[in-house]
Design a protein around this ligand. Structure first.
Ligand SMILES: *Cc1c(COP(=O)(O)O)cnc(C)c1O
Length: 411
């Protein structure tokens, strides 16, 4: 049987029509939806309405008339089905970093007598910095970050571990950690688990409830396409919600914010995780962006994501000129996220030359070129074209030009 061409794959793609919901760059291919998702028509429309009508005309009335006050809950409930969460367990607020501070602290309190937060050296730095900050604040008797290699988790899970803090998908390699297995293992040893879904929510099915996850955080501006700096979200399993204590107590998390009581009393359920006023502009745009997922079968999304990355790998391997690119993402579907990472000594220059030619991926220190694949708007032809350009850049040595060597502030 012949391998289907990219054109054939596009013609048979059940998600092909979704691309029309997006306003994509006119030229080039965008392979960075795992850093900043693309703009949807609905999100652009909502941004205009919120600025011009809701803020511009209706002003303060909008808290009630346009439901601004319930945005965190509404967005949370729209995210819930994407991460396998039954209603009443997800709320939208702040950034992942701030949310982790709240969640790690609350989880430690649930495991009084234990003080260790276990994570892996490969985890996203902000996750580690957050715990380091908490450790400095509470003292090592209350909170101690322990790091281990990904392969050593099992032996590192000792009886002082209160919290296991894991990324679902590794931000560099795209490796998918086994949520079911690691959660069960941690529970057996009496630890709670916090999952960071930054690189999985919106890119593949996530089964928080089924895995009996305790807590999770995730990102609004990556695969959820909420726009630059879009607020993040928190998941807390229903069974933990009563009796939680999070340290950033603020009026929006109060049981009755508009009573203006002098004494803090947390709201029931997920609202207790709110601190201050929601970022209404950002959250409104995120809410509209989430509509693009309506009617999407996440297993179909996952199949397309894997087919896109399969094609990219196949295309790179078919070109001898690209033999120096070393794939550090998993080949096995089970462990592969929606991105591919390739090691090359000139990774920075190659990523810059690609961008100059309209192929937008990114660079991760020290030597990784990373490509994200958003199944809602990428075509198989885009994949083929990207590898064509990559081959050309390497064959011609274009990336060696001096303008591609200078490192920028944001990579
Ligand atoms: C992108 C990302 C974050 C971002 O954190 P913010 O505080 O929301 O900026 C956190 N964790 C992981 C794993 C990420 O990939």
């Amino acid at each position: 049987m012949n391998t289907p061409t990219a054109q054939q794959l596009d013609a048979e793609d059940p998600l092909a029509a979704k691309r029309d919901d997006f306003l994509l760059p006119e030229q080039g291919v965008y392979l960075d939806g795992n850093s900043l998702g693309c703009l949807t028509r609905q999100a652009r429309q909502r941004a205009r309405e919120v600025v011009e009508q809701q803020w511009g005309q209706d002003l303060i009335k909008s808290w009630n008339s346009h439901g601004w006050i319930d945005l965190p809950t509404r967005c949370g409930e729209k995210i819930a089905p994407l991460i396998g969460a039954a209603p009443g367990q997800v709320i939208c607020c702040d950034s992942i970093s701030v949310n982790l501070f709240k969640i790690v602290s609350a989880a430690l309190k649930l495991r009084a007598g234990r003080r260790t937060v276990l994570s892996t050296v490969s985890n996203f730095p902000t996750d580690l910095y957050t715990v380091q900050g908490l450790q400095a604040l509470l003292g090592e008797q209350q909170c101690r970050l322990q790091l281990c290699a990904d392969t050593e988790l099992e032996s590192a899970l000792g009886d002082d571990v209160a919290v296991l803090l894991m990324s679902h998908v590794d931000f560099r390699t795209g490796y998918v950690n086994d949520m079911q297995h690691l959660t069960a293992m941690a529970h057996q040893l009496g630890a709670l688990v916090i999952w960071d879904l930054a690189h999985s929510a919106g890119a593949m099915p996530v089964m928080l409830d089924d895995c009996r996850a305790d807590f999770a955080v995730g990102c609004g501006y990556k695969y959820l396409n909420g726009g630059p700096g879009a607020p993040a979200f928190i998941y807390a399993a229903k069974r933990h919600q009563a009796g939680l204590q999070q340290p950033l107590s603020g009026w929006m998390g109060h049981r009755a914010p508009f009573d203006f009581d002098t004494h803090y009393a947390p709201a029931a359920g997920m609202q207790q995780f709110l601190s201050g006023t929601p970022a209404v502009l950002s959250m409104s745009v995120l809410e509209a962006a989430l509509d693009v997922f309506r009617g999407i079968d996440l297993s179909v999304l996952r199949s397309k994501s894997l087919a896109l990355t399969d094609l990219f790998i196949r295309q790179v391997r078919a070109r001898p000129a690209l033999a120096d690119l070393q794939l550090i993402s998993p080949i096995e579907h089970e462990y592969r996220g929606s991105q591919l990472a390739w090691r090359h000594p000139d990774a920075w220059a190659i990523s810059q030359a690609l961008i100059a030619r309209g192929i937008i991926g990114d660079f991760r220190a020290p030597d990784i070129v990373r490509f994200g694949f958003s199944p809602l708007y990428l075509r198989y032809q885009d994949v083929e074209r990207s590898v064509d350009v990559l081959e050309d850049i390497v064959c011609t040595g274009m990336y060696r030009q001096s303008q591609f060597q200078l490192r920028k502030k944001v990579t």
